[in-house]
Design a protein around this ligand. Sequence first.
Ligand SMILES: Nc1ncnc2c1ncn2[C@@H]1O[C@H](COP(=O)(O)OP(=O)(O)OP(=O)(O)O)[C@@H](O)[C@H]1O
Ligand SMILES: [Mg+2]
Length: 286
Amino acid sequence: MADQADELRKMMSGPVQYQQRVIAVTSGKGGVGKTNVAINLGIALGRYNKKVIVMDADLGLANVNVILGKIPEFNLFHVMKGLKKMRDIVINTNYGIRFIAGASGFSQLANLSEESRNNLVNGLEELNDADIIIIDTGAGVSNNVLSFVLAADEVVIVTTPEPTAITDAYGIIKAISSEATSPDLKLIINRVKSVTEARKVSERVVNIASQFLNMKVNNLGFVFEDEIVSQAVIRQLPFMELDPKSRAAMCLDHLAQRLLKITDKEFKEPKGLKGFFKNIAAFYAE
Ligand SMILES: Nc1ncnc2c1ncn2[C@@H]1O[C@H](COP(=O)(O)OP(=O)(O)OP(=O)(O)O)[C@@H](O)[C@H]1O
Ligand SMILES: [Mg+2]
């Protein structure tokens, strides 16, 4: 509690202006962990007193609600069709975040009508009581994904160390670079087995984006391979909730701190996890 109060005071002191952040979480390849990252990152940010809304914008296979164990009555389909206002479909959870359910069952390839897309993107403006909106997009390059990515202030690209995932990450960075003038791109390497592996993969992506696309990609960090993730999915609970001390949860907490620019000095190391944090710190030491 004291930590959170300190954090809030810091945020409110000085000439810092309130600014909402819209963060799209996307990937080239499917199944790399976007949805789990989006939800658990949201929860981690919520624990730093941020008002967070996680939006499921995957129009093919919406499943944020599955992981949160909720079946909402209204979802983005109703907003797309103009039947509901975006602000009216926001749902509370027990995890300190709110969420907006996706409209499942649309083909990834079928592009939405311009009107539907506009309803979605314009609806974002109604969510002005959130500090941070995290948008979980579908995988791959489609106009649907790109319209969310372009509506966001920051784009988090998730990849795993698999070569196909890396190639597809490059593909999505290329697609974004041809549409957006100066996107704020951040990279998360998910399912790494070691810090060395994380470092290798992130350097590779950052370097190819710079060399071949002249795009700057900021290395946000990594998430360890951890069986808590699938256990949590099976239990329909976010892993931040199921085991906040798990390796995956610790990584997400650290990613949230990176996004909030909480410095290492302010960073409080939980007891008994010294080695683990040293490990993480080694990755970020440039
Ligand atoms: N860090 C991790 N450690 C272990 N398993 C993981 C990790 N991250 C993801 N997984 C596994 O990958 C599965 C897919 O994750 P998730 O649904 O978040 O991917 P996605 O990118 O959203 O997929 P889609 O493209 O279908 O939307 C999870 O159910 C889990 O089993
Ligand atoms: Mg998903």
